[in-house]
Structures are given as structure tokens and as C-alpha cells.
Design a protein around this ligand. Structure first.
Ligand code: PGA
Length: 295
């Protein structure tokens, strides 16, 4: 096993770079004999001379030059990782990795904008994807926090609901089913249903509610595109009510009255119970729960 210590490598790097024990000791805030001792121990550990003096100037030997290159790389990597860790741990300036269900598109940017205003030095990476992919991220701990509907119950998770997520059926304003005051799930059997892709939480919920697997001709992996498709008269779509507020207000699409709809679900903020949240992730979680709307 290699038994050089970081102190030895830092001392060696400083001596070679500054070409002086005095300068190195000042930089490292240790005495000159202490620097000398570190270099001696490193020399013993390696079993070869690392530096030589040419008059008053200190220069590395052939092996010293090789080790110096390695030292630069190691110290560089360590310093970078240290500053990244410090940044993550800083509750005001940390980095947040957040993964969210596609459907949260309608509100997640607003939430993050509000949060960023409160913590301007924080940074985040937002991953927008479907339920199946979110479950993989949870398994592999690939995000600090995840926002999804209906978290799985067979995984070691900490989950907290923070907002309602009403799922509705939408149709073109001229759709014949709109003329009926009430429709049943059976009325949907002869209709063209526009479905989300496999792996989508919306799709899984609709299949559960209507009690059968969807086998639609039209599958679209974006809520925005589904809304457009409904407006174009392609068929009936199912989306979170929050994603169609404007379209409903402007009457470019209509909400269908169907048994069991709207399906009221919740948005959850979720993380793996095995992982400790970083300060910024903890703050974001508290923020979203405080600013959520469970009514
Ligand atoms: P989805 O998830 O975007 O994968 O459909 C949304 C949900 O679970 O409601």
C-alpha cells in the first residue's frame, strides 16, 4: 500500500513549485524544519531522492519530476472536490439535483424561480422525465429530490405530499360527449383516447381508473403535445388540470364530465431514506411543502 500522506505531497508540491523551503513553509503555515521533515519522510517512503540543490536553487530529480506531476493532478482534484463539497454543504449556495415528473412542467419552474430568489447563490439541475425513469433514479440515488405522483410503497423512501394533482379528461369543444351531462367509463370505449407513453404516471392512473390497459393508436410523451392534439380534434386526452388552466379559460378545450373524474391525486416530494439530504435540498423540501397547496 502507498503510504505517502497528503501533508507530504502538499509540502513536496510547494517546495518544487516555489523552489524554496522558506517560501513553502510560509505558504503552508508550518515551520521550515517541518517542511524539510515531510520531504524527508516522502523520500524514505518512495525510496529515491526527489529533490536536489543546484547552488541555492532546489530542483526536482527525474523521479521528483514525475511525482510533481502526479501531485499537481491529485491536489487539483482534491481542491475541486473540496470546493464542490463545501458548495453543496453551504445551505445558501448549494447545488440541487432535482428530478420531476413530466407533468410538473406546469408549476416546477415557478417554484424554482421563487426559491432561487430566496437563495440566489444556489444552483440546480432539473431533470424532467416520466415516472418509470424517476423510479430508476430513486433506486440509483441519482437525484437529491424527486417530485412525482403516487410514490411506490415498496421502496425505502421518505415522501411528503404538498399539492393536489387533479387528473381530468379533456376534449375539443365540439366533441359529442360534451353535450351529455354525464358520461360513464363505458362511453369512452368507442372513443379515440390520446394516451401518454408507457411508464407515465398519468397513463398508469388512467388505466387503473378505467380498469383496462390502454391500447390507443395515439401515444404522445408530452402533456403540451397532448393538449395540442386535443385542440386539433384528434381525440380525448387525460391531463393534470394544472396543465390546462389557460386552455380551459379560453375555451379552446373543454373538461369532460365522466364518472370517477376528476381523479384527485397528490404531488409528493420524495427522497431515498438511506440518503441524508444536503442543506439546500432540505431547504427546498421545506420550501415546497410550505408553499404547496393541499386543498
Ligand atoms: P407522468 O407522472 O408525468 O409520468 O405522467 C405524472 C403523475 O404521476 O401524475
Amino acid at each position: 500500500m502507498i503510504n505517502y500522506t497528503l501533508k507530504q505531497l502538499y509540502s513536496f508540491e510547494a517546495v518544487v513549485r516555489t523552489k524554496s523551503f522558506t517560501k513553502a513553509s510560509k505558504e503552508l503555515f508550518i515551520t521550515q524544519p517541518a517542511v524539510y521533515m515531510q520531504i524527508q519522510k516522502l523520500t524514505e517512503n518512495i525510496g529515491a531522492d526527489l529533490i536536489q540543490t543546484n547552488g541555492k536553487v532546489i530542483i526536482p530529480t527525474f523521479i521528483g519530476k514525475k511525482l510533481y506531476q502526479t501531485c499537481i493532478e491529485i491536489i487539483d482534484k482534491l481542491e475541486n472536490s473540496h470546493s464542490e463539497i463545501q458548495q453543496t454543504l453551504d445551505p445558501e449556495a448549494g447545488h440541487l439535483q432535482i428530478a420531476v415528473a413530466t407533468t410538473t412542467n406546469s408549476f416546477i419552474s415557478f417554484v424554482l424561480a421563487k426559491f432561487k430568489k430566496q437563495y440566489p447563490r444556489m444552483s440546480f439541475y432539473l431533470d424532467v422525465t416520466n415516472r418509470e425513469s424517476l423510479l430508476n433514479k430513486l433506486t440509483n440515488s441519482e437525484a437529491d429530490l424527486i417530485i412525482m405522483g403516487e410514490p411506490p410503497t415498496d421502496m425505502p423512501l421518505i415522501t411528503q405530499p404538498f399539492m393536489v394533482n387533479p387528473l381530468i379528461a379533456i376534449a375539443h369543444p365540439d366533441h359529442p360527449l360534451l353535450s351529455k351531462k354525464h358520461n360513464t367509463i363505458k362511453d369512452l370505449t368507442n372513443e379515440t383516447l390520446i394516451t401518454r407513453e408507457r411508464g407515465s404516471g398519468t397513463r398508469i392512473t388512467i388505466e387503473r381508473i378505467i380498469g383496462m390497459k390502454l391500447t390507443s393508436d395515439i401515444e404522445i410523451n408530452s402533456n403540451e403535445a397532448i393538449i395540442q392534439a386535443v385542440q386539433a380534434g384528434l381525440g380525448i386526452g387525460f391531463v393534470s388540470k394544472h396543465t390546462v388552466k389557460l386552455e380551459l379559460e379560453n375555451n379552446v378545450i373543454k373538461q369532460l364530465n365522466i364518472d370517477k373524474f376528476p381523479v384527485t391525486r397528490h404531488w409528493y416530494i420524495v427522497h431515498n431514506s438511506k440518503n441524508k439530504l444536503s442543506p439546500i435540498a432540505q431547504r427546498f423540501k421545506e420550501f415546497i411543502v410550505e408553499n404547496g397547496d393541499l386543498q
